[in-house]
Design a protein around this ligand. Sequence first.
Ligand SMILES: [Mg+2]
Length: 429
Amino acid sequence: MYIHSIDNGNYLSVKEYLLSLRSPFGTSHSTSVTRKNAFVEIHFEGTSGFGEVGLPPKKDGCYYADYNDVEMFFKHFCDKFKTEYNSSRNQANIKIHDPFKSFPSPYFDGFKNRMSLAPSAPINILLLALFKALDSYDEPSAPPYAPASKCGIEMAMFDLYGKYYKEPLYNTINIPPPNNKVSFYTSALNSDISEMENSTRLGLKYTDCIKIKLNENVDNGIQIIKRLYHVYKQSRNYNSYWSVDANASWTPSSCLDFLFRLKSELPEFLPMLYMIEQPFPVDIVMSSQISNDILQSWSHVKDVYESEGILIFADESISTSAQVPLVSKFVHGVNVKLEKAGGIRGALLAILTAREYGLETWFGCMVSSKLSCTCSAHMLSLSSIGGDLDGELLVEDSSQLLSGGMEWTSDSGRNGYVYLSEENGIGLK
Ligand SMILES: [Mg+2]
């Protein structure tokens, strides 16, 4: 834990946030039963803003941070903040900084107005100094764990702002609440398929939409889908959206084989399959090791899936808005996550760029508590159909530090819609 005292009992802090998972969380690259996330608090004049950083096991090319990295970044950030805060309070020394310069109106309009109308209000001085310190890490020389670390700090800043000025985060961003958007539940990969069936039954209590984690073993993947689809049909007589996350473990030929097998062995499932997430390698657009032939094969995969009405999304291959144009010819959509994008503003930039390129959008989360999932839920209206904000269902109730936040609701007999109350900030206490 690290605490940076400001003045008058105000402080910034970061601490380990240990999560116990309901069942082992397996993907094509790792399996875990606990997670160590980071929990950030910014306490000012009796109000606390909270942030969380979901920290999956490190993976080259996409996941660069563990708790120690985040704490190290936080200490460095606090030093920068201290300098900015002291100079901001000395009006003669104030530096111009616009944290929202990349965003057209109406995004963050209310925030911009409050900052310009009352720049010397104590809360605004604090927030501006925090933004100045945070945005100084935008340069290319920032360490690779900077985006995840920034995400937790920025989340706490927006939460504090919303609680202080009494508005929910979606109002601060100036977007609608997430009406008519669904969240998927992730059935994580397990060598015992009956464990995946049990996990899917739990998810189906909250949502009709299931995301299945698979690895390179296509044959096993087909068996898993058959059994989980059977579980679904035991309780539903209608179709919904499902997705498959290969976590970078497939080749173009296994991707086509998977589709061929599904078409011949479980054709009734195809209309439910909304998308395949990250079938290709993480570095598909960055590596000189991947030949043009392979790249063309991935482009072909996209066309073949498109002809079946199934979308291909990128997850690990796109962190920030900068990668969206690079990956656009291989995908129909992108999975945006706060930790990858460096926070709320970074996620919004990625979404706006994806829209420019005609891509579908999706919000994902790391394995995390309700705090991080709810923060993303505030942005869900910007997605095409929703995302997978199921972190809170994957962890034990005893791991939730805060209460409140997003809820799962039904509409016209369908489950999985995300509901947010009009609580201020992110909405958890
Ligand atoms: Mg994914």
